[in-house]
Design a protein around this ligand. Structure first.
Ligand code: SF4
Length: 237
């Protein structure tokens, strides 16, 4: 079994949960978010910052992760599976988790917009699920991602009775030009009432080249405080 990996980024701090982590970013994503900063995750488009496509076996990836083990154990960090959509390769991630040293934290950054069969293998493996729900309103969700959010809602409801709430870190973004503060509040209320969690609200960063395209299409104004230049290094999840 191999993982189709776009990039392995070591010694990350304050970007992917607590402590010092290694981000393992996978190719492939079912969504096409308008402000995606990782367009290269869609197969055939190219590689991230010139990183060649890498196929790792689980034990090969563990060797890379072990290099920073001391930092994981000292800071409460570990490995973060991201992408793209890492759940598309959950069987591979399950094998990596089985080989991981006890004490490493294992986290995933996901949209959860995958069939339940992709979620199931990891239900008991992970210490934290960082879930970007985007918007509960399907019209907004579809306009922004090109997909319906039926999978997301169904998976959240199924996970509610299995995954401890303290392991669920749910995020709701303000998406300039697509949802409003009222829409964000509606999503927050749905999550509070249905899952009994308090989601984190944040704003997507909009890079100047993305904003130009979006404004051309939608004629919507993007607030200046959300605009970033293409030189900014932060990525939209
Ligand atoms: S932002 Fe994330 S979920 Fe959206 S298309 Fe890009 S990689 Fe996929």
């Amino acid at each position: 079994m191999i993982g189709d990996i776009m990039a392995v980024s070591r010694l990350r701090m304050a970007t992917d949960g607590k402590g010092i982590s290694t981000l393992v970013a996978f190719f492939g994503c079912p969504l096409h978010c308008k402000y995606c900063a990782n367009e290269c995750c869609h197969e055939g488009i190219g590689s991230l910052l010139g990183t060649p496509r890498v196929a790792y076996k689980p034990e090969e990836l563990i060797k890379v992760l072990r290099k920073d083990e001391i930092y994981y154990l000292m800071t409460g960090g570990g490995v973060v599976f991201g992408g793209g959509e890492p759940l598309l390769q959950s069987a591979f991630i399950h094998e990596v988790c089985k080989l991981a040293v006890p004490g490493w934290k294992k986290r995933i950054e996901t949209s959860l917009n995958v069939p339940w069969s992709c979620v199931e293998p990891l239900l008991y493996d992970l210490d934290e699920w960082i879930i970007d729900v985007k918007d509960i309103n399907n019209t907004i969700y579809n306009k922004y991602t090109g997909m319906d959010n039926e999978n997301v809602l169904r998976n959240l409801l199924a996970m509610r009775d299995i995954v401890p709430l303290e392991k669920m870190h749910i995020r709701i973004p303000y998406i300039a030009g697509f949802n409003t503060p009222d829409d964000v509040e509606k999503s927050v209320e749905w999550l509070r009432d249905t899952l009994y969690v308090e989601p984190e609200v944040f704003s997507y960063q909009v890079f100047s080249h993305m904003a130009k395209e979006e404004k051309k299409e939608s004629k919507l104004e993007i607030p200046k405080f959300l605009m970033k230049t293409d030189k900014d290094s932060e990525q939209v999840p």
